[in-house]
Design a protein around this ligand. Structure first.
Ligand code: ASP
Length: 586
């Protein structure tokens, strides 16, 4: 008899003899009558065994997570025993023959339990944790989105091509994972941070449209929700302009999110980086929050404070952000908000509160009375609202208000339901790195500058816009890409600007520059952060919940114990030796 899926049985199957196999999810004993739920990938189905059944003795031994096969007859459940919450809630399987395929110890993670154990336990026993319905659902969604990606891109004429995992260090700006070469002692491969250069070379080779669902590796101190290895949907197209890449990526996005039941209307909203920063104080604004930063430049004269006047005299800006219901914030809470934006050089948050009599709050005294109404109007303050008002350097004020915007959204539950996508375009080509004391690429050094800004490259590199774009979903960057440089001389110019000597350029990127000598088509592309996208589609709170075998924030795989020491012989073969502890500390 052919095995059927436990979760697929319905009342239309009543009277049929069926064979099921799976795990014992739950066992209940109702005065000798045993009820157990049999679980497989498709769901659960109730099995009933009476004391007079031949299977009764075997059934009474069953414990959670044993693996069994059952043959029985589908019948309707008694009135009162029906369960509308599950798909098979109308029926049960009775009159069964039962075979135990595998027994189970008492499992440390019980898939049927309501509360989820500690993450450390879940990761240690990941094979059990993955049996939980939530994880089954997440990984099933991941699978469907992977298949939808392949279908969409194949239909759009993209080749799925693989690029090496053992490669040279690629300059995506993070630290590489290195792999020592045994055959060439002292030399190392790097695991790819992304297939960036290979995909560009594939364009030079004439493949025109490439994609790859590819593992990427970045050896970073893992901030919040990152993984040392993660998956990208990597895309590159020849003869494509920014519009072509954006519209391809939008079409793909629409078909991917449909797998989660989301309906996306295209084209997606767009904002330039400059506008995103000015209006939302972020290059990945969460548009579910109905708050915008307001420029108060025209009201600047109405504030008699040295802080504001000094900032403006130094060429700064004056901007405000409404906190709906913010009158409820205590002095202490304003202090907490101040600490959230300390890193932008703001020590405390100057604010006003609108109550029935007008404005009060730390900044209200400094405001000329006749300007009150204008300020209330500009910020749209209703009675009970407050507003933070900051003066200072453009970017710092924007970023600080951007942080407050998120904080207000958290404190006052401001996020609207639903999901909001947008493109952020026209990123700056370079940014200043305090650490390195020089300009560095904001995206990567292969990003094409906006042709209109080429003339300023050497004199005002920080003012040059890039043909680079990010796709943002609910305040999270889910994809990013750019039009690439395909002109050798321009690429050399950029390397020079980034402070690379000719020799370094030859050494690291000689192969790319060589390729550009032999007919490189204009090209551009984009890469989606696949894990993050699935996390958002699944409504999961961590990317670890959409990856089968993730690592902890320390980069440990608690299941296998990786990373782990290796045998001395292995090290010797690789001509590697552990550094003596005194030296390692230095
Ligand atoms: N390689 C880039 C990244 O990993 C994406 C791209 O430019 O296509 O961020």
């Amino acid at each position: 008899m052919q095995r059927e899926s436990a979760g697929s049985l319905r009342s239309t199957d009543i009277g049929r003899r069926v064979r099921l196999a799976g795990w014992v999810h739950r066992v209940r004993d109702h005065g000798g009558v045993l009820f157990f739920d049999l679980r497989d990938r498709s769901g659960i189905c109730q099995i009933v065994v009476s004391p007079t059944d031949a299977a009764s003795a075997a059934a009474s031994r069953l414990r959670p997570e044993w693996v069994i096969a059952v043959e029985g007859t589908v019948r309707t459940r008694q009135e009162g025993a029906k369960n509308a919450k599950i798909a098979t809630g109308e029926i049960e399987v009775s009159d069964v023959a039962l075979e135990v395929l595998s027994e189970s110890d008492v499992p440390p993670v019980l898939p049927s339990a309501n509360d989820v154990p500690d993450e450390a336990v879940r990761l240690r026993y990941r094979f059990l944790d993955l049996r939980r319905e939530e994880m089954q659902r997440n990984l099933a969604l991941r699978h469907r989105v992977l298949q939808a990606t392949r279908r969409y891109l194949d239909a759009a004429g993209f080749y799925e091509l693989e690029t090496p995992m053992l490669t040279r260090s690629t300059p995506e700006g993070s630290r590489d994972f290195l792999v020592p070469s045994r055959m060439q002692p002292g030399a190392f491969y790097a695991l790819p941070q992304s297939p960036q250069l290979f995909k560009q070379l594939l364009m030079v080779s004439g493949f025109e449209r490439y994609f790859q669902i590819v593992r990427c590796f970045r050896d970073e101190d893992l901030r919040a929700d990152r993984q040392p290895e993660f998956t990208q949907i990597d895309i590159e197209m020849s003869f494509a302009q920014q519009e072509d890449v954006l519209s391809l990526a939008e079409g793909l996005t629409k078909s991917l999110v449909a797998e989660a039941g989301w309906d996306l209307s295209l084209p997606l909203k767009r904002l330039t980086y400059k506008d995103a920063m000015a209006r939302y104080g972020s290059d990945k604004p969460d548009l579910r929050i109905p708050l915008e930063i307001i420029d108060l430049g025209t009201l600047a004269d109405a504030f008699d404070t040295p802080l504001i006047q000094g900032a403006l005299a130094a060429g700064g800006v004056l901007r405000g952000l409404r906190a709906p219901g913010g009158a409820a914030l205590s002095r202490k809470q304003w202090d907490e908000l101040g600490r959230e934006i300390e890193r932008f050089g703001v020590k405390s948050v100057p604010y006003v509160i609108r109550d029935a009599d007008g404005l009060r709050g730390s900044l209200a005294k400094a405001l000329q009375p006749q300007a009150q109404d204008a300020l209330i109007g500009a910020l749209g303050l209703a009675v009970g609202d407050a507003a933070a008002i900051l003066a200072g350097e453009d970017e710092k004020v924007s970023l600080a208000l951007g942080v407050l915007r998120l904080s207000f959204a958290d404190r006052f539950a401001l996020r609207k339901p639903g999901h909001r996508f947008l493109w952020v375009t026209d990123f700056p080509l370079m940014e200043w790195s305090e650490e390195e004391g020089r300009a560095v690429s904001r995206h990567h050094p292969f990003t094409h500058p906006n042709p209109a800004d080429l003339g300023r490259l050497e004199d005002e590199p920080l003012a040059v816009r890039a043909q680079a774009y990010d796709l943002v979903l609910d305040g999270v960057e889910v994809a990013g890409g750019s039009i690439r440089i395909h002109e050798r001389l321009l690429q050399e110019r950029i390397f020079k600007l980034l402070g690379l000597t000719e020799e370094e350029t030859r050494n690291k990127f000689g192969f790319l520059l060589d390729a550009f000598r032999y007919g490189a088509p204009p090209h551009g592309g984009v890469a989606f952060g696949f894990d993050r996208l699935i996390m958002l589609l699944a409504g999961a709170s961590s990317i670890r919940d959409v990856i089968a075998f993730p690592k902890t924030a320390k980069g440990t795989d608690l299941l296998t114990g990786a990373p782990a020491e290796v045998a001395k012989a292995q090290l010797e073969e690789l001509r590697l030796r552990e550094m003596p502890p005194e030296e390692a500390k230095r």
